[in-house]
Design a binder for this molecule. Sequence first.
Ligand code: C2E
Ligand code: MG
Ligand code: MG
Ligand code: MG
Length: 276
Amino acid sequence: AAKGAGRNRYARYSPKMAEAANERLAVEQGLLQAIANGELSLHFQPLVTLDGQTMVGAEALLRWQSATLGVISPDRFIPVAEESGLIQALGRWVLHKALTTWAQWQRDGLVQGRLAINVSALQLQDDQFAEDLARELKATGMDPRELEIEVTETALQRVTHIEHRLSRIAELGVKIALDDFGTGYSSLSILKILPLHRLKVDRAFVRDVVGNASDQAIVRAIAAMADALGLELIAEGVESQGQQEYLLRIGVKEAQGWLFAKAMSAPDFMGWLASH
Ligand code: C2E
Ligand code: MG
Ligand code: MG
Ligand code: MG
């Protein structure tokens, strides 16, 4: 009977599994061409003071418009890029493009504040990463103090010698933010061991923070801990005035979210800046 059930289960899930494998393959093959074909771009999402009055910087978010597959979300293609080893090339592209763009905008007096870029575990694991970073900073003239790299808790757990690797980055003057904070399974001791500058409260806790007592407790605890440890804090995914008001009340200073602005293409971001 067990064997039968197993076979049934296999028969039932097999088409889906095949579909997933095909999709993965299509994404991987598409990605191989993406850089050369100019299918990648960066969008920019403003980071603001929680009152919405001041932009303090922007996060660069990768976009892929595939000739064959259409627009694909980073949540779908970043994992494939990581599994297939393409993330190194993508990451280098992002680093170069983001720093070049931001440094130019700064020189033109169009933006102020920090540029945040997302870095995957496999990039951090690469011994070349800190050198790539140093070289790009120099080549683009970007002030390292205005660059922040975002790494997830989950990523940190996967990287060996993480303390040493992050220290090399911090020594360049670049800041390090812990992205999606609260959703990984890392020990809180990383907060005191690693050279972190900021925590980004994951939007999973912000979503229901107005009505959900547990989420309120979690967000308040994160805010208190950040404060006690001398870490800056930013809330992700702020979509409503209710969320904004609650977060203001408990002392959160910065936010990112659709209430203020979505991630925008470079020209749209320029338009947004001009109208604010
Ligand atoms: P993330 O770094 O946590 O970025 C925030 C994500 O939340 C972005 O999704 C952003 O568009 C979205 N977001 C911002 N405000 C709101 C809001 O108010 N409501 C909702 N529902 N969503 C909001 P996006 O651009 O689709 O990126 C997804 C993830 O893909 C990122 O999460 C990051 O982990 C990864 N990613 C994006 N670009 C890169 C990159 O250049 N390199 C690497 N390694 N990962 C990247
Ligand atoms: Mg991020
Ligand atoms: Mg995040
Ligand atoms: Mg995320």
